[in-house]
Design a protein around this ligand. Structure first.
Ligand SMILES: Cc1cc2nc3c(=O)[nH]c(=O)nc-3n(C[C@H](O)[C@H](O)[C@H](O)COP(=O)(O)O)c2cc1C
Ligand SMILES: Nc1ncnc2c1ncn2[C@@H]1O[C@H](COP(=O)(O)OP(=O)(O)O)[C@@H](O)[C@H]1O
Length: 312
């Protein structure tokens, strides 16, 4: 997958895609259906599959102090898109210049001249350009005028209603990772590099690979059964584990993070990139009266997580 971050000066080899446009936060089933249409249109006209997306997320650009809401950071989104067979990822810098283009300027300068897209696919609720002034029908009209194809995809309905990033966030906030996964088409995964903590874990018999969740929507705090992928380094591979998400009341922690104990593993994970999939919510974080009681509870958590993960 080629990643292009500037819509100007794009090399001819990177132009000519059939691309879906949007934020694709979480890359859920609704996003995947839009991407499938772009793939099918591309196959018809012999164009590579592309995605046009934005970084930061426009909502972060317009309201930088709002609480974190993203399901996927830029790297996690790119991984997910690559797995879906995306060949060109246009991750455009969402800045003052881009956000002030009118719908017509966006169509002409970005879609036609900059990226040279041959076909674009958007969801029915798509809005674009300064002040969100353009809608999907406007895009179709610009396409006819500027010689790129446009498909407007219907919004996907799941069993429990519309598949949306908002509904997924709510499921995660309420500790329902299965419901989130049903809308995502995969486990909700938190990705990041392993950072060091207070080195207490190893003394408790439960060393944990710690990751920051800064900038991400926080799922319900507590203990989860998890599926872990170590994405790089000597321990690359898939593991099962139990993870604690939150502030560690046992040790009066403050900054929330994700701490993952990998089953049947020993080794150094500092600096490695991890992807931790939340499979089942086990219990809230607690403060125990003694370390013995805490360790006994972690033993029980891990036994339960092993059981759950044997038949996820
Ligand atoms: C299965 C499991 C359950 C945990 N449950 C709790 C908990 O209930 N309360 C809490 O404060 N911390 C909990 N933690 C987090 C531990 O406090 C944390 O991993 C440990 O203090 C190590 O911290 P360190 O990585 O900074 O050394 C849990 C960790 C694991 C792996
Ligand atoms: N089974 C395991 N699960 C998670 N991390 C492990 C495991 N075995 C060894 N480690 C290593 O131990 C480190 C965590 O040990 P810990 O004492 O909790 O220190 P820290 O407070 O720095 O997280 C991890 O970052 C990893 O490098």
């Amino acid at each position: 997958m080629r990643i292009v971050r500037d819509h100007q000066f794009v090399s001819p080899a990177d132009k000519g895609a059939s691309a879906a446009i949007g934020n694709f936060d979480g890359v859920h089933l609704g996003h995947q259906s839009v991407i499938d249409i772009a793939r099918a249109q591309g196959a018809k006209i012999g164009a590579p599959l592309g995605i046009v997306t934005f970084e930061p997320h426009p909502r972060q650009f317009f309201a930088p102090d709002a609480p974190p809401f993203r399901l996927t950071g830029s790297a996690a989104r790119a991984h997910r898109l690559e797995k879906l067979g995306v060949e060109r990822l246009y991750e455009l810098n969402f800045n003052a210049a881009l956000s002030s283009l009118t719908p017509e300027e966006f169509a002409a300068r970005v879609i036609r001249d900059g990226l040279g897209l041959r076909h674009v696919v958007v969801g029915a609720d798509f809005c674009f350009g300064k002040g969100r002034a353009g809608n999907a029908d406007d895009l179709r009209a610009f396409g006819a005028e500027m010689d790129f194809g446009v498909t407007i995809a219907k919004l996907l309905e799941g069993d429990t209603g519309e598949v949306s990033s908002t509904a997924i966030r709510t499921a995660l906030t309420e500790g329902r990772p299965h419901d989130a996964a049903a809308m995502l088409g995969h486990w909700h995964r938190i990705e990041g590099r392993v950072i060091s903590g207070h080195q207490r874990g190893r003394e408790l018999g439960y060393p944990t690979a710690n990751m920051s969740i800064e900038g991400l929507h926080p799922p319900k705090f507590g203990v989860y059964a998890v599926l872990v992928d170590v994405l790089d380094g000597p321990h690359q591979g898939s593991y099962r584990g139990a993870a604690s998400l939150g502030v560690r009341p046992m040790f009066n922690g403050e900054i929330p993070n994700l701490e993952t104990y990998l089953f049947d593993f020993s080794g150094d994970l500092y600096g490695a990139a991890l992807s931790v999939g939340l499979v089942e919510y086990l219990r809230p974080e607690e403060k125990f009266d003694s370390l013995d009681a805490f360790i006994a509870q972690m033993d029980a958590d891990c036994a339960r997580a092993r059981d759950i993960l044997a038949h996820p």
